[in-house]
Write a new protein. Structure first.
Lengths: 108, 114
């Protein structure tokens, strides 16, 4: 079983839509959680860390459910520039495990 | 200024050759990593160094040998290249060894083995 699993998508949504991604992780002892964004043929960049209490950064909201071992990312009012692959990342004892990413296409 | 830089950006080579990829970070971070991203886009950790010391070696064939001459540099040497080594290799750094902080990635090195 993979450490981190994500729906690969693609999610095709119109501008202005709200879209949500989920990710599950296998190790209940995982310590820290992140969402990274990767544009085509570019390096991953941190979008946001995910805290147990949930956290928001502008149009982006991240949630962590430790009991069910899943992490979510909600994007409100999608912009064309949000088109990218979103990577769920989990840290276990200094090792980072990346999901294969969920591709988002925002259409005009 | 580029925070994490890698050279070369593209590398095309024949099976059996030996090649090196260089990585440098100017962020003053103590921890550096090598990742491999395959054709299915899985990003998998290969090595992690903290202040020039190897702390993670993830069941990588011993044809891959990382070297950290100082904490700002982490190079990757690959011997006897195989077709399956074709991938994008990313270097990254972070200030926090424990894994609670952000990782900063280099632009990647796209390796093609023919």
């Amino acid at each position: 079983r993979k450490e981190v699993e994500q729906d690969p998508g693609p999610f095709n949504v119109p501008e202005g839509a709200t879209v949500a991604f989920n990710c599950t992780y296998s190790n209940s002892a995982s310590q820290s959680f992140f969402w990274y964004r990767q544009d085509c043929r570019k390096e991953p960049k941190l979008l946001m860390s995910v805290y147990s209490s949930g956290n928001e950064d502008g149009r982006f909201t991240a949630q962590l459910n430790r009991a069910s071992q899943y992490i979510s990312l909600l994007i409100r009012d999608s912009k064309l520039s949000d088109s990218a692959t979103y990577l769920c990342v989990v840290n276990n004892f200094n090792k980072f495990y990346f999901g294969s990413g969920t591709k988002l296409n925002v259409k005009p | 200024d580029t925070a994490v830089s890698q050279t070369p950006k593209y590398l095309v080579t024949q099976m059996g050759n030996d090649k090196s990829i260089k990585c440098e970070q100017n962020l003053g971070h103590d921890t550096m990593y090598w990742y491999k991203q395959d054709s299915k886009k899985f990003l998998k950790i290969m090595f992690s160094y903290n202040n020039k010391e190897l702390i993670i070696n993830e069941t990588v064939p011993n044809r891959f040998s990382p070297k950290s001459p100082d904490k700002a540099h982490l190079n990757l040497h690959i011997n006897s290249l195989e077709l399956g080594d074709s991938a994008v290799y990313f270097c990254a750094s972070s200030q926090d060894q424990a894994g609670f902080g952000e990782q900063f990635f280099g632009p990647g090195t796209r390796l093609t083995v023919l």
